[in-house]
Design a protein around this ligand. Structure first.
Ligand code: OTU
Length: 627
């Protein structure tokens, strides 16, 4: 490994400088622990660059200044988090996600919604991208023009900081996106880079002609083929710039340590506004190397670890959440206390829908058995659906063991969920169908995908079943707000020019006011789903077995049944059973004979006798406390 050369910027020298400056004792203590790690990561990432070193010293200085400016209440939070590092693994954790404008009109509307969030029991609120971004299509705000200015239609940065404090007082951690793979083409850095301004030329990946773009594109994947082919777009002056996603989202060049420093500054700025969790967007794409897919390269991990080390020095209470919607082996590779402590669980999400479509629970059961475990000090974020499409990211090699051929199975699932398959209950919409590769993904709200929109008899049960799994496998369950009142697809997006080309807008409806008005009315789907789902939320919160991540797969001997135990104290455990079939099934007494016959149904609060077996209704789920 290359070492950073010179004497003035090695670890002892930087620490000595900090000591001489009589830097804050707490900062120094954190720097002593994390600077050696950061130095090592810098050596690996930037060791062969003349400026690698100075950048390290200036990043440490940035961290020092950021800590000095960190408000006292946030420093108190840092200490609280450090003394209870497992806080986010609690059974009391429940997340919600919404668009600020669509759900509440603006940041003040979000504030007004806090009583409702408390009623649901939320402890984590992910507000979708809310920063300044281009007018019209901005990929739902995922094209950021300034990380320090809130979109003026939503409020101001001061409003955001106040909201964060108010949420914190309500026991809710604010989560925002850290969209650091790319900026919008309107970001100040982007404009300077294109103008060739000194210091900014290498902030992005710009090439004079097609030679390098063609070379890279031989191995990269098309992400938004409806927008542009390949990974590059042409600038007005004829040059080519790297743009993995939309043409107005330009990828940053992290091989340049100035980019690392600049983004570390934006990250620390947000941390000091009171954001408690950063959702690290599109982590797989942040490092590029010719001849590779340019996804999940080893340097992507080193970069995340370096950002993590900076945070540990200057905002130690913060968490990173990984957004890697990729092969399951890669998803877990981002999860560790030193990298991203929490991560979306796209495999469980996709396989829940897979099981509902096939009425066969085996692929999901297999994933719970072999792909659920995580390192200590980390957690899954389990969700039924997000603001993005559903991609079928299961491992072909896992599927093959069950006799399932990956490609045709994905084709079946796509057809099923966009309503093209015989007997489907789903009303989804295709997303980014690529006729060249056969790739496609699916969009739709939970209720529309599960059959409520189509009037299928099992629709409401499937919504509950999918949530019952997300609430019980271990980790932070994340609700897409509005789904708890069974919101349906919003086809109006196709009439709105800036949304029409992106079918993900079908499942990002405005706050469904009528559904919320109906939520106490048991004669409506909204009322029934809300009553059943809030019951599950209440039970989860009171069930310590649901904390942490330990899960023991249980073979129920029925292919349509997903089953597992969540062990607790004193020999008790919760047995979770979910039946994806359209008819009731029996789990026989012999299968359950390893447990004491007396058990408790946690949802109905009724005792149950396992000695006669257990009946699961069509699309039924049960949470049973056993021993
Ligand atoms: C993310 O998703 C966001 O969640 C999307 O809303 C953005 O459009 C995108 O980044 C760009 O900022 O391709 O279809 O893991 O699946 O990062 C969604 C790889 C996406 C991608 C994921 C990306």
């Amino acid at each position: 490994m290359t070492q950073l050369q010179g004497t003035s910027h090695d670890v002892p020298a930087i620490l000595a400088d900090l000591t001489a400056d009589q830097v804050d004792r707490e900062f120094l203590a954190n720097a002593e622990v994390h600077l050696p790690r950061l130095h090592d990561l810098f050596a690996q990432l930037y060791g062969d660059r003349a400026d690698g070193f100075e950048r390290l010293a200036s990043v440490v200085d940035l961290a020092r200044r950021s800590w000095a400016a960190r408000p006292a209440d946030l420093k108190a939070l840092d200490r609280a988090r450090e003394s209870e590092p497992e806080w986010f693994e609690s059974e009391r954790m429940v997340g919600g996600v919404c668009y600020v404008d669509r759900y509440a009109g603006g940041l003040s509307g979000i504030r007004d919604s806090i009583p409702y969030f408390r009623e649901l029991g939320l402890t984590y609120l992910h507000l979708m991208p809310l920063f300044e971004s281009p007018e019209g299509n901005s990929d739902g705000g995922y094209a950021v023009s300034s990380y320090r200015r809130v979109n003026p239609k939503l409020g101001t940065m001061a409003d955001l900081a106040e909201l964060a404090a108010e949420l914190r007082r309500a026991g809710i951690s604010l989560v925002v996106d850290f969209i650091f793979n790319h900026t919008s083409n309107e970001h100040r850095w982007a404009q300077k880079a294109v103008a060739g301004e000194r210091g900014y030329e290498d902030f992005y990946l710009i090439f004079p002609d097609r030679e390098m773009p063609d070379a890279y594109e031989r191995t990269t994947r098309e992400i938004f083929p409806d927008d542009h082919p390949g990974s590059f777009v042409q600038l007005d002056d004829g040059r080519w710039i790297w743009a993995t996603f939309y043409h107005f989202q330009w990828d940053l060049n992290y091989a340049n340590p100035a980019v690392f420093e600049a983004m570390a500054g934006e990250m620390l700025y947000l941390a000091n506004q009171g954001v408690e969790i950063l959702r690290m967007d599109a982590v797989a794409f942040i490092w590029k190397r010719l001849g590779t897919t340019c996804e999940s390269l080893p340097e992507a991990h080193l970069l995340l670890q370096a950002f993590n080390a900076v945070l540990r020095m200057a905002a130690p209470g913060l968490l990173f959440k990984s957004e890697a919607i990729v092969h399951p082996d890669e998803v877990v590779s981002y999860i560790s206390p030193d990298e991203c402590q929490i991560s979306y669980n796209p495999l469980q999400m996709a396989l829940t829908w897979e099981a509902l479509a096939t009425r066969d629970g085996r692929l999901l059961q297999q994933a719970l058995e072999r792909r659920h475990a995580l390192p200590a000090g980390t957690a899954w974020v389990n969700y039924v659906r997000s603001h993005d499409d559903i991609g079928w990211t299961f491992a072909d090699e896992d599927a093959a063991e069950l006799g399932i051929d990956g490609s045709p199975h994905r084709r079946f699932l796509n057809d099923f969920y966009v309503g093209r398959a015989e007997g489907t209950f789903a009303r989804g919409v295709p997303f980014q169908e690529n006729p060249r590769t056969g790739d496609a993904r699916v969009t739709g709200t939970t209720a529309s995908l599960a059959g409520i929109e189509a009037g299928d008899a099992g629709g409401e049960d499937r919504v509950i079943l999918a949530h019952a799994l997300a609430l019980s496998t271990g980790g932070i369950p994340l609700l897409y707000l509005g789904d708890e009142v069974a919101q349906l697809n919003d086809y109006g997006y196709s009439d709105r020019p800036e949304e029409a080309g992106d079918s993900r807008w079908v499942h990002r409806p405005f706050r469904p006011a009528q559904n919320y008005a109906d939520r106490r009315d048991a004669d409506t789907p909204a009322g029934r789903v809300f009553a059943r789902l809030t019951r599950l939320l209440d039970v989860r919160r009171a069930t310590p077995e649901f904390s942490g991540n330990e899960l023991i797969a249980f073979d129920a001997h029925v292919p349509s049944v997903v089953a597992f135990l969540r062990p607790g104290d004193n020999g008790f455990a919760v047995l979770v059973l979910a039946n994806v079939a359209d008819s009731a099934v029996e789990i026989d007494a012999l299968t359950l004979s390893g447990m004491a016959p007396e058990a408790l149904d946690l949802v109905s609060s009724a005792p149950i006798w396992l000695g006669v077996g257990v009946t699961l209704a069509a699309h039924g789920t049960r949470w049973l406390r056993v021993r």
